[in-house]
Structures are given as structure tokens and as C-alpha cells.
Design a protein around this ligand. Structure first.
Ligand SMILES: *Cc1c(COP(=O)(O)O)cnc(C)c1O
Length: 402
């Protein structure tokens, strides 16, 4: 057994780091916005001076262009949040009511909710331990077990539902091992929609080039919620290199209105998913600083590696080779084989840290065990359940080092 004294020492080391420069003992959250040293106020004032605060403004266009420039995406569509962006991305590639989407259970609840919001069904497949992302081999294994092909499509032979997308998540900003997932996507002709909500600034090497997360599959999304790497207050975006998808997503996000100087003609039931101008203005201001933000995040990651190097029962999770992580949430893994022992260490670390006002969090509860998803189809999820007991997110805000 690992003694409480030793666990306390670990929490003390984290404490010394997170409170080093801040004598005032305010609670340390996992990830806080950082709008300092940006031109946010100037750009916000511009929106107010020009009396254009809502959707369709010039800062939305500027923000979209800046996103394209940074990620090298051909198209970016700024939206009101990441959840809606994901629902819209799924809808854009053709996911329909009653379809199944193969998805990881080790993610924020919004990933599965976005599927459900379309009336589609999350079908949970296990993760791989290194990146915590959807496992290509488990995906293939599951498809071999349950699928039958008809007219070029894949159906779940137990439910007769069409399987219309694969939805991997780049967990905590760490790129999934996309090469392996792509092989499975091609083998079964099922398109990939990427939940890159946490992965602005993360890249994966594809065909010799580093490709931004969200642009590895057919279509991907970002979130700019308050806790993400940059924030627009609330917001999200679709990234894609496919013009047909970009046009369709923009149309659906804009109440499916046919552009016209005065006429209200809508050709289907659309959504109002657009990002307001004031949100885009502060997003633009942070995007101007993204390189600086990522540099600080890298240093925080290195510091944690150093801080925890004396504790051989834990490790810091690191991205797969051929990838660059934005280090959004730095994550500690407890390297203890026995489940109960691991849970006991996890809970003690959480409680010791909270007593010191450091608000550590365990990874999200695996989605397949939440009440609304108890009846969702699923393969073997033993790795997700194993990892769930062993992961703790560490405070990762840029203000820790800036
Ligand atoms: C934050 C997040 C979302 C949802 O984004 P919102 O902007 O909060 O709606 C979706 N998926 C993942 C993995 C996220 O972390």
C-alpha cells in the first residue's frame, strides 16, 4: 500500500507549484480563461461603437478567417457552442434519426448528447490506454461482431440501425492515434467526425504533414467554452476542407434561409447556431496570442513531469508520437494494478487537494454508465472502466506560469 504520507507529499508538490506566484489563496481551478494581454476590450468596444453585437458581424468573419489561417482549414464556421457544432457536423455528413454513431464513452457528456439531439443513438466502443481515445482495434472488432453490409452501408444486425459515423475525441487535447482509426473508417466506409472541442492547437502527422485536429476526418469541431484553450465566453466552430459540407453546415446553422435582400424564404427546418459578434471579437483577440498560450502550456506540462518524477506510482499522460498536443488538461495516471487500491489513492488525492483549495477532478464518469445511456448499444468497455478509476486532471491554466 502507498502511505498517506506519501500521497500528502505529492499533493504538497502540486501545491508549491500552483501557489508559487500567488500568495493569495484563491481556489485553483483546472482551466481558467486568460484574456490578459489581449486586445479583447478594444475589439469589444468596436462592436459596441458600431452597434453590431449579434450574429453576422464583421468580427465573426474575421474570427473565422483567423481560424482558417491558424488551422490551415479551408472553411471555418463560427457557432454558438461546441455541442451545437458537433450536432450540426453530424447532421451535415448525413447522420439521421435512428442511426447509430460509434463513439468513445471516455469523454464529456456533450459528445453523446450531440448524437442524441439528432435522435441518433450513441454506440459505445472501448478506448486505448495510451491516448484514452477510441481504440481502432476495438472498433474493428466490434464492427466484425455486429455489422452487416447492404447497398454500400453498414448496419447493426442486432438493431437493424444504420451505422452512419465514427466519432473519436481528442481527449484533453491529446491527438488520438488517427492513422489507425482512418484505416478502419476506410475498411468499413464509415465517415469520421472529430470532436476536437479540446484540441485547438493540437496536430497529428498525416501523410508527412502536421494536420490540425478536426481536419483529419471529414469534418470536425472546436469549442470555445470558458474552460477551453481559448474562449469566446461560449462558442464553437466547425472545421472542414469540404466545400459541400461547409455550405450545408452554414445554411443549416442560419435557419436554412436562402440569402435574399428582403425575403424570408427557408427551404427546410434549420437551426440558429450562429456565434454573436461580441463573442467572436474576444475569440479573435486570444487567437492572436495562441502561440504564446501554447508555449506556456508546454512549460506547465514539463513542470508536472518534473514535479511527479519522484513518485513512481503515477505518470503524466503524454501524446502519441507524430503528434503535438496543446496540453489542454494535464492528466495524472495512477499506476496501480488493483482496482480498489487505485480508487482509494484517487479519492485520497482528490480530497487532500480539495482541502488545500486545489480543485483537482477525476476524469468524467464513463458515459455508458449515466442513466440516459444505460440502454445504449456497446461493445466490451473494460479499458474505459479500468482507466476511469485511475485518472486525475491537474490544474493547467496559463496563469500558473504567466
Ligand atoms: C467542451 C466539450 C464539448 C462541448 O462544447 P461546449 O462549447 O461546452 O458546448 C464537447 N465535447 C468535448 C470533448 C468537450 O470537452
Amino acid at each position: 500500500m502507498i502511505s498517506d504520507l506519501f500521497l500528502n507529499k505529492l499533493v504538497d508538490e502540486i501545491y508549491k507549484f500552483v501557489y508559487k506566484t500567488n500568495l493569495e489563496k484563491y481556489p485553483i481551478n483546472l482551466h481558467e480563461p486568460d484574456l490578459s494581454n489581449t486586445k479583447s476590450l478594444t475589439y469589444l468596444k468596436d462592436c459596441i461603437d458600431k452597434n453590431w453585437v449579434s450574429s453576422g458581424g464583421e468580427w465573426v468573419k474575421k474570427f473565422e478567417n483567423k481560424l482558417c489561417e491558424y488551422t490551415k482549414s479551408k472553411y471555418a464556421i463560427a457557432l454558438c457552442n461546441g455541442t451545437n457544432a458537433l450536432r450540426l457536423a453530424l447532421q451535415t455528413i448525413g447522420v439521421k434519426k435512428g442511426d447509430e454513431v460509434l463513439v468513445t464513452p471516455a469523454t464529456f457528456v456533450a459528445t453523446a448528447n450531440a448524437i442524441s439531439h439528432l435522435g441518433a443513438i450513441p454506440h459505445f466502443v472501448d478506448i486505448e490506454p495510451k491516448t484514452l481515445a477510441l481504440s481502432a482495434s476495438k472498433l474493428d472488432e466490434r464492427l466484425e461482431q455486429i455489422s452487416h453490409r447492404s447497398n454500400g452501408y453498414v448496419f447493426n444486425k442486432n438493431t437493424q440501425n444504420k451505422i452512419s459515423a465514427i466519432l473519436p475525441v481528442h481527449v484533453f487535447g491529446m491527438p488520438a492515434d488517427f492513422g489507425a482509426l482512418e484505416v478502419i473508417s476506410k475498411k468499413w466506409s464509415i465517415p469520421i467526425v472529430e470532436d476536437s472541442a479540446e484540441a485547438l492547437g493540437s496536430w497529428y502527422k498525416k501523410n508527412e504533414n502536421f494536420t490540425h485536429c478536426g481536419l483529419l476526418g471529414e469534418i470536425g469541431i472546436l469549442s470555445f467554452n470558458g474552460n477551453k484553450i481559448i474562449t469566446t465566453g461560449g462558442g464553437g466552430a466547425i472545421l472542414t476542407n469540404n466545400k459541400v459540407f461547409a455550405d450545408k453546415a452554414r445554411h443549416l446553422s442560419t435557419t436554412a434561409k436562402i440569402p435574399h435582400p428582403w425575403e424570408y424564404f427557408h427551404d427546410q427546418i434549420g437551426w440558429n447556431d450562429r456565434m454573436p459578434n461580441i463573442n467572436a471579437a474576444i475569440g479573435f483577440a486570444q487567437l492572436e496570442k495562441i502561440k504564446n498560450i501554447l508555449e506556456i502550456k508546454k512549460r506547465i506540462y514539463s513542470r508536472y513531469i518534473q514535479i511527479l518524477s519522484d513518485f513512481d506510482f503515477v505518470e503524466i499522460i503524454s501524446p502519441p508520437k507524430n503528434s503535438v498536443s496543446n496540453n489542454w488538461l494535464i492528466t495524472l495516471r495512477i499506476l496501480v494494478e488493483d482496482d480498489n487500491h487505485a480508487i482509494s489513492i484517487r479519492d485520497k488525492l482528490l480530497s487532500m487537494a480539495h482541502k488545500k483549495n486545489i480543485l483537482l477532478r477525476p476524469i468524467w464518469k464513463s458515459l455508458h454508465n449515466l442513466p440516459m445511456y444505460l440502454n445504449s448499444p456497446r461493445g466490451d468497455l473494460s479499458e474505459a472502466e479500468f482507466q476511469e478509476k485511475r485518472l486525475i486532471n491537474l490544474p493547467s491554466s496559463t496563469k500558473l506560469l504567466s
